[in-house]
Design a protein around this ligand. Structure first.
Ligand code: FE
Length: 244
């Protein structure tokens, strides 16, 4: 049942009653050689801004440009995967003790299809760590938050690593759910540009080999600057359920 920000500051969550089972740890085992790329197609308002623009903004000390200008097309959905856990803690900083890796500060705005920012939208993130492992016993690198009155969110996390799973080698990605108050849940995954440098991995090759990737959901990335990346991604979501 959808809901807005709880009055208790985000500690109660009844919007989803579904429960994922069968989760086990996922380890970055030896990489597999994958077959052809199968890109999920679809219209998108979330193609990444040109890296050169982002880098120039960064060098000039300007805020990283948000990506992209909203054109009313919904952000493409993606598979949720088996490692979602309900009841994540409310927090904007996922870098809890013990989490190492390349720091990433991700910012963005949630828009409706009329390109109006959505305040109070639920934004949930979950991802693997620097070793390609998901925390399935606790809530490391898991959390949710609500957008500000201007529809904005800010996430402090790390660049995740690739891992080998049931869909082959997955390029580094951040699982995300976004939901306007009273609206349907968008489930998607965010990816990293080919030029990303982390953990000695070849992000271009990993992206090219990921059968599930949708390049339209690539984070605009600036850096690394002082060992940390700044990323930006805007979501465009439906705020009402489609009529049957
Ligand atoms: Fe995953």
């Amino acid at each position: 049942m959808p809901q807005g920000p709880p009055a208790d500051g985000g500690t109660s969550r009844s919007r989803r009653s579904f429960l994922r089972t069968g989760s086990t740890s996922v380890t970055a085992a030896a990489l597999l050689t994958t077959g052809a790329v199968v890109s999920l197609s679809g219209t998108s308002a979330t193609a990444a801004a040109p890296v050169s623009t982002v880098a120039a903004d960064r060098r000039a000390g300007r805020p990283v440009a948000l990506t992209p200008a909203c054109d009313g097309h919904e952000t493409p959905a993606a598979m949720e995967g088996p490692l979602f856990k309900p009841e994540s803690p409310p927090r904007t900083d996922l870098r809890t003790p013990g989490v190492r890796g390349v720091p990433l500060d991700l910012t963005g705005v949630v828009y409706d299809t009329g390109c109006v920012p959505v305040p109070g939208a639920l934004v949930e993130f979950w991802q693997c760590d620097q070793n390609g492992d998901y925390d399935v016993s606790g809530f490391s690198l898991r959390g949710h938050q609500y957008t500000t009155t201007r529809g904005a969110f800010t996430l402090r996390t790390i660049v995740p690593r690739d891992y080998a799973g049931r869909w082959g080698v997955r390029a580094p990605h951040i699982h995300t759910q976004v939901q306007a108050p009273g609206g349907p849940v968008l489930i998607t995954q965010l990816y990293f540009p080919d030029h990303t440098q982390a953990y000695g991995r070849d992000f271009a090759a990993l992206n090219a080999g990921d059968r599930l990737i949708n390049r339209a959901c690539t984070i605009a990335l600036a850096g690394p600057d002082g060992g940390r990346y700044a990323g930006a991604f805007d979501f465009v979501i439906a705020t009402t359920a489609p009529t049957p």
